[in-house]
Design a protein around this ligand. Structure first.
Ligand code: ADP
Length: 562
């Protein structure tokens, strides 16, 4: 039983562990897949931004090439170049392209925007502005000049903006050197510098345009230089917060560091999402429970079948034992009946022969008296046997009648002892020791009570080894307690319960002590019919004590009248 319990738990545990392992495996696999897809998407976004910046850079390069090859350029010529080449239209998102001249007085530089196309209201505000006077712009211009690169300024608010428009922006500068000058050294570059072709950008609009035709499944935030609230250039989905798989990518572009923060949007469809993982777990657990249930039902059925087989075998065994006991009973019963009849028949034949021969030596008064005494005792015995058998049949058919009346227990015991006196004197040489409490009156069937005490005392004589028998009575609670104590052969533990069954004799063969194995069965049934109980305490070789407890009166036990 314990092992099957353990097996139950083990099976359940295996189910749970394998479900957990499967869930972890699926979760990890999905997470890896998510990570790969997420990295891919992030890279695609970065590539887009890079491409876009390169496009703008190439616009500046184009304009610079024009300036270099047109030594006598004027505002008008620049303007018509920009228009003719449709440079602005070709560069999506470009809001302006222009040229700022540099003036040098001794070591001091200043600058002025001389042209910024297209000439709209916003761009016009920049004309004449000295960008070089502003530190962030100057820093970028110096870097562009010294390295001959397109350089992006740090975040500034463009001069084009209206008052109150605090959009972060930046300028992209490309140095324009005098044609033919030696620009291989830094010194040379500084000397040859004439001005900067440049483009101003509102950062937010620029990145928005760059990512416009991408199906964004990530939340993209772009920061200038560091991840800080006041450095945010662009936020694709303000307010969206998906904490899983957040990625920070640093990229250097035109001399400035951008931080790109990407995080999956719901559209990304995380395979490792809680819901999907939970589904695997719930599915696994469900399967485990179903399998466990099937196993449990099967096991129960096997158990039931097993118990049924065992029960069947037990019944069969009992049946066999019963048949064997009945066969024993029949052979003992016929022996018990036959023996006295044979002896009586023999005596009768002897007498008949003597009468025919008028043999006075046989027909003496003593012999005749003896014969009659034998006839009396044997018929009493036969009557008892037949009575017992009749009682058995009554018990079996439920016809054992109990006729209750007020009975004095002491009186009954004394009567039975008196009746059994000759047998006691024959076997033990004395009448039983009586430790009797007077005045125990109960509502019992007197005749049946006599039968009970007779049976117990007869057994005490038969199995008592000829030693003193004691009868005790007392009242305990609402019961009369009767103990019949002998010092005889005793009863082995394993036989103590079954001697109260029909035809059961405790390891006794018919030859040792005669008896049908009915007495205690009948006794037990009578006591039960009175609502009482009987049990035996015994030590083999030392004796037995039969203890009867009879309720003094029992309301639940109606007195049956025949
Ligand atoms: P019987 O005595 O006719 O065999 P009982 O039903 O009276 O039938 O007793 C059943 C069996 O119980 C007896 O065969 C005997 O083995 C055992 N038994 C009964 N009373 C005693 C006793 N006082 N001491 C030892 N064994 C006893």
């Amino acid at each position: 039983m314990k092992i099957t319990r353990l097996l139950d738990w083990i099976i359940l545990l295996i189910g749970i562990v394998s479900t957990s392992l499967a869930t972890t495996y699926v979760y990890k696999k999905n997470l890896k897949e998510d990570q790969l897809r997420f990295d891919y998407e992030t890279k695609a976004i970065i590539r887009r931004i890079q491409n876009r910046m390169q496009t703008y850079e190439s616009a500046l390069i184009e304009l610079r090439a024009f300036l270099r090859n047109t030594p006598d350029f004027s505002k008008e010529r620049i303007k018509s170049f920009i228009h003719d080449t449709q440079i602005i239209d070709r560069m999506p998102g470009l809001t302006g392209i222009g040229y700022a001249e540099i003036y040098r007085k001794n070591e001091n530089y200043s600058s002025s925007v001389i042209i910024l196309e297209p000439q709209n209201k916003r761009n016009q505000r920049a004309l004449g502005f000295d960008m070089y006077a502003e530190p962030l712009r100057r820093k970028a211009m110096d870097e562009a000049r010294d390295y001959n690169h397109a350089v992006m300024s740090d975040a500034v608010i463009l001069v084009q903006e209206n008052v109150g428009e605090n959009f972060l922006g930046f300028n992209l500068y490309l140095p324009h050197y005098r044609k033919g000058a030696d620009i291989t050294t830094m010194e040379g570059k500084r000397k040859a510098l004439l001005g900067f072709v440049y483009s101003p950008f509102r950062a937010g609009e620029l990145f928005k345009a760059a990512l416009q035709d991408v199906n964004l499944v990530l939340d993209v935030e772009i920061f200038q230089g560091e991840y800080a609230k006041n450095k945010v250039y662009f936020d694709s989905h303000p307010g969206e917060e998906e904490m899983k798989l957040v990625k920070f990518t640093e990229m250097m572009i035109n001399g400035r560091k951008l931080i790109i923060r990407t995080a999956p949007l719901p559209d990304f469809g995380l395979a490792s999402s809680k819901l999907k993982t939970s589904l695997v777990f719930i599915g696994g657990m469900f399967l485990t429970l179903i399998l466990y249930y099937i196993y449990f039902i099967t096991r129960k059925q096997i158990q039931i079948a097993h118990v049924a087989t065992q029960e069947k075998e037990k019944l069969l065994q009992k049946e066999k034992e019963h048949v064997a006991a009945r066969d024993d009973f029949l052979s003992i019963a016929s022996h018990e009946l036959k023996t006295p009849l044979t002896s009586l028949k023999l005596q009768a034949q002897v007498m008949l022969r003597a009468i025919a021969k008028k043999d006075q030596s046989v027909l003496t008064p003593e012999r005749i008296t003896n014969l009659v005494k034998q006839i009396d005792s044997q018929t009493t015995r036969l009557t008892r046997l037949v009575d017992d058998m009749l009682d058995i049949s009554r018990i079996r058919t439920g016809r054992l009648k109990i006729e209750k009346e007020t009975v004095d227990l002491t009186e009954v015991i004394l009567d039975v002892v008196e009746r059994l006196k000759p047998q006691f004197q024959n076997v033990t040489g004395e009448i039983p020791l009586l430790e009797i409490q007077q005045n125990i009156h109960g509502n019992w069937d007197r005749f049946r009570l006599e039968q009970v005490i007779t049976n117990l005392l007869t057994n005490a004589i038969r199995y008592g080894n000829g030693k003193t028998v004691t009868v005790k009575t007392a009242v305990e609670n609402t019961c009369a307690k009767i103990c019949v104590i002998d010092q005889g052969i005793g009863i082995a533990k394993e036989n103590r319960a079954r001697i109260f069954d029909r035809f059961e004799r405790a390891g006794m063969s018919a030859n040792e002590v005669s008896g049908l194995g009915l007495g205690l069965y009948i006794t037990n049934q009578i006591i039960k019919a009175h609502g009482g109980s009987i049990h035996v305490e015994s030590e083999p070789g030392k004796g037995s004590t039969f203890i009867v407890e009879l309720p003094l009166s029992d309301e639940r036990q109606p007195v049956s009248k025949s």
